[in-house]
Every structure is written in structure tokens, then in C-alpha cells.
Design a protein around this ligand. Structure first.
Ligand code: WAQ
Ligand code: MG
Length: 259
């Protein structure tokens, strides 16, 4: 069977004079069978034209053929949820899960506990640093350094979709898209865990994910109306090469089998 990758991004010019720049409004991607290409393309245009972030003046839709033999099929991470009363509790819970995941990678013998304490202290700052980024931060827990080739943009996971997703969604389903992305990311070489908060001002549910934890939805992770969000991919350079991890995130075609 023939498959096609479709990618859409929409942006708007904002600011005056020197401050003039493109602001990202909306993006989406799919991998679909040949017969769905036209409908999905038109749904993407619709999504770009009706986004709450504004009216786009630039929309790019890219369509590429993908060989079936190059596609890897992955089982979706199992999903659990944590209910919290306040977003502060949710954020604390997320930090706690991430710190545990990072701790469990630490060598038992001769490990340096102060670097772990340091990481725990740094984590809220790292999250803040992702807010202006369009992609994710790729953070090496072994060396305490950032590995994105372009730190302003970050690393983007692409070429992924849900298997058998013939339906055409014209508006964003945060959870469906996130479980696909998180499943791909968790399967990247050397990946330890992911932390995610939407940048959508009215979407306050976020998640922590890893192969061990599965996909843990945390129902409140920020204040309603807050347009800050971001992603951190926590990677361990003792387990894999950064190039291999980035190559997988950016190039490998993945379809995720959901229930
Ligand atoms: N690769 C890497 N980073 C990305 C990507 C990508 N493909 N797409 C978005 N990001 C980064 C970027 O910095 C965004 O600002 C940030 O992640 C948040 O992206 O179970 O909607 O698309 O209900 O706003 C979670 C769903 C939804 C939780 C997350 O993220 C649930 C969401 P958004
Ligand atoms: Mg968003």
C-alpha cells in the first residue's frame, strides 16, 4: 500500500519594523493512505484557517510519499491519569515523576548524588526555557547539557501518526496527537522520559511519559489562560548516541497502534 506524509504549518507576521517576525499559529502532520490524501489536506487547511491563535498569512502544506517498508509500527504507551486539585500540585507531581525516572538511570556504584540534586533543582528552569521554543529541549542527563542543534527552535519529532487513522479531524485533539508523539519519543534510542505542557492557553492537561511509566496524564499542569507550554526530552548519552536519537525523532516514519 502507498502511504503519504502530510505536514502543515501556519504562521502570521507580527510586530513592526525591526521587531517584525513570523509567529507560529498552527501545525499538524499525518501519515495516511493514498485515498485519504486530498481530504486530509483540505482538513489541514481548515485547521490552519480557524485556529484560535490568529489568522495565518502563510500556510505550508507538504505532501511526500512514504515507502511502507520504511514505516515502523509501535504499540501506544499504556495510559494512566493523575487527578489533582491545583495546577501547582500537578506540576510538582510531574517533576517528581521525572526526577524518579532520571534517578533510576543513575549508576548505583560511584554515582554522584549531588548532580541528581542539581538536576532536580534545575528542572523548573529548564521547563521555563522551553516556553519560547517551537520544538522540544533535548537534555542529556549524563552530562547536564542541552543537545539541540538549534536551541531556539529545539528538536521536533516528526513523521508519525496513529495507525488506521482514516478519520479526518479538522480541529486538534490534544490527547490523540500527544499519545502518538509520546509513543514515538519514548521509543527513541537513549530516551529516558518526556515532560509536556501544552502552549494552548485553554488546555491545561499535560503529561509525563516513558517506556517504563507509560503515558501519565496529569489533569492540571498550568493555570487556565496561560499561553506558556513546552516539552523536554530527557536523554541519557550513556545509553545511545545523540545523533541516533535525533535522527530517529526527526526522520523515522512511525505509525502508532492505539486501542
Ligand atoms: N516535537 C517536539 N516538540 C514539540 C512538537 C513536536 N512535534 N510539537 C510541539 N512541541 C513543543 C512545542 O515547544 C510546544 O510549545 C509544546 O511542545 C507544546 O505543544 O493527555 O497540545 O502541541 O490530554 O501545544 C497534551 C495532551 C497536549 C495531554 C500537548 O502540546 C492529554 C499539546 P502542543
Ligand atoms: Mg499548541
Amino acid at each position: 500500500m502507498d502511504y503519504y506524509s502530510l505536514k502543515m504549518r501556519a504562521s502570521q507576521q507580527v510586530g513592526e519594523g525591526d521587531q517584525k517576525h513570523e509567529q507560529h499559529i498552527s501545525g499538524a502532520e499525518r501519515i495516511v493512505s493514498r485515498d485519504a490524501v486530498e481530504a486530509v489536506c483540505s482538513a489541514m487547511a481548515h485547521r490552519a484557517m480557524t485556529h484560535s491563535k490568529g489568522d495565518p498569512d502563510f500556510i505550508n502544506i507538504k505532501i511526500e510519499k512514504v515507502c511502507e517498508k520504511d514505516i515502523q509500527i509501535l504499540k501506544a504507551l499504556p495510559v494512566t491519569r493523575i487527578d489533582v486539585d491545583t495546577w501547582q500540585q500537578g506540576l510538582d507531581k510531574a517533576f517528581e515523576l521525572i526526577n524518579e525516572a532520571v534517578f533510576s538511570c543513575h549508576p548505583r556504584e560511584g554515582g554522584d548524588l549531588s548532580s541528581l540534586m542539581n538536576f532536580a533543582r534545575k528542572l523548573p528552569e529548564l521547563l521555563q526555557a522551553t516556553f519560547p521554543m517551537r520544538g522540544a529541549m533535548l537534555y542529556d542527563i549524563a552530562t547536564g547539557t542541552r543537545l539541540e542543534p538549534d536551541q531556539q527552535r529545539g528538536v521536533r519529532a516528526t513523521y508519525m501518526d496513529a495507525l488506521h487513522s482514516s478519520t479526518v479531524d479538522s480541529c486538534k485533539n490534544h490527547f490523540n496527537e500527544a499519545i502518538v508523539l509520546a509513543t514515538k519519543v519514548a521509543n527513541a534510542p537513549g530516551m529516558v522520559a518526556e515532560l509536556c505542557i501544552s502552549d494552548d492557553p485553554n488546555y491545561i492537561t499535560g503529561y509525563v511519559a516513558s517506556k517504563e511509566l507509560g503515558y501519565v496524564r496529569i489533569m492540571k499542569m498550568k493555570e487556565m489562560g496561560d499561553e506558556n507550554g513546552g516539552r523536554i526530552f530527557l536523554f541519557d548519552s550513556r545509553k545511545a548516541k545523540a545523533e541516533d536519537c535525533i535522527e530517529f525523532l526527526q526522520k523515522k516514519k512511525v505509525l502508532v497502534e492505539t486501542e
